[in-house]
Structures are given as C-alpha cells and as structure tokens.
Design a protein. Structure first.
Length: 231
C-alpha cells in the first residue's frame, strides 16, 4: 500500500513537470506551431511522461511541434524534438495511423520521413501499444541511441543531459569557451556558467589560461576522457 501511494505521488510529480513544460512551449510558440500545440497532444504527453522524462531525467533541450522546412518548401512538424542530438520522437495509435489513413495521408507520411532523413534527423517512432505493453523495451532503445552517441555510453547516462552533450562536444574541440557552450547547447549565459562550474568541480573539464577572476577557455579533462572511453 505504501509503495503504491509513493508511486502515485511520483507520477503526479511527472504529470506536473510535463504539464508545465507544455504550457511553456505553448506560450513561446507562434503561428502554425502555436495552432499545432493547441491540438490533441495525448500521444506527445504519453511520450514525455512514460518514456522521455524517465530516460533523460529532464525536458531541457526538447521542443514540441518543431518546424522543419522540406526541400519543396513544405513545412512539417516533429511531435517531439531533442535538439542536442537531432532526435525526433513521435507516438501514434493504431486507429488514426492505419485503419483511417487515406492514400494521400500515407504518401504525406512517407514524405515526412524522407524530410527527416534528408535533414539529418534521427527518427524514433513509437506506438501507444509499445509504450503501454513494452515500456522497458522502448526505454532500452533510447538508452542504446544515447550510448552510441556517447562513444561507449555506460557512466555517461549518470550525468544530466546537458552535461553529457557538453562532454561529447568538448572531446571534439581542442579548446572551447562559454560562448561555444551556449551555441552548442542552445542555453543562456547563466545556464552555461552553471554547467561549466559544475563540470570543473568534477574535473570533467579543466580551464585553459585566464586569471583569478576569468577563465580564458576550457578543454576536456582526463576524468572526462575516462568517462567517454568506458565501454
């Protein structure tokens, strides 16, 4: 009984985080994207609640109804987009996507998939049935994708999402600055400063040059390289 109540409290917390995230996305949206965000988002909510928030531990870096313009100029919208790694997540039920699909709609869906591929996005579609009946399998698929992009995974998944992405990008740069972090992760000055500070403390990154009050730049530290090399 106590465990069940704890589980219910935890789920209420997840629901609250997802609801606040969706409201924030709606407030920042304009035009057709705003219209898309006013529609039925039950599949998106299920993705966020049952899969993405449990795996990533945060919704930082995610965008809903992300607009992509295809080669023909047609705009398409990705249900859930994870910007740091270019991942597109979608969730659909069987009835609206199969039983009631017209030929035109089927062709449009093929075009959407081609647009994702041509744009360099990795497309991760899930069905409601999979999320309901095989949630652990779905989570393993996402963990595997993150692990591959982490060049070995393992301990990387213990880090917060932005820390993982910063570490990966730092490994590909001889030196980087706070501005680079803001550009890489799409975060503001304060968030970049917090990330750099916490990762300097763990010695995943180390400073390069500078004085007592200001660092010139940063590079990946030995502990960071060890974490990336773990298989």
């Amino acid at each position: 009984m106590a465990q069940s109540e704890a589980s219910r409290r935890e789920h209420r917390g997840v629901d609250s985080i997802v609801a606040e995230f969706i409201e924030k996305q709606r407030k920042s949206a304009k035009g057709q994207r705003q219209e898309m965000l006013q529609r039925d988002l039950s599949g998106t909510i299920k993705l966020l609640t049952d899969l993405l928030l449990p795996v990533f531990g945060t919704l930082d870096g995610f965008q809903l109804e992300y607009e992509i313009v295809g080669a023909s100029g047609v705009k398409i919208y990705a249900d859930v987009y994870y910007e740091p790694l270019g991942l597109v997540f979608e969730c659909d039920g069987y009835v609206p996507h199969v039983e009631l699909m017209t030929r035109d709609r089927f062709s449009f869906e093929r075009m959407r998939m081609r647009t994702f591929a041509l744009g360099g996005y990795t497309y991760f579609p899930f069905s409601r049935d999979e999320l309901d009946k095989k949630p652990e399998m779905c989570k393993r698929a996402v963990y595997e994708a993150l692990g591959r992009r982490g060049r070995g995974g393992g301990g990387l998944l213990e880090l917060a999402v932005h820390e993982r992405e910063l570490l990966r990008m730092a490994a590909d740069s001889r030196m980087f600055t706070s501005q680079d972090v803001r550009d890489w992760l799409g975060v503001g000055h304060r968030k970049a400063r917090e990330l750099i500070g916490s990762m300097k403390q763990t010695q995943f990154i180390v400073r390069v040059g500078g004085g007592d009050r200001r660092d010139y730049g940063y590079t990946i530290g030995e502990k960071g390289r060890e974490l990336l090399s773990k298989g």
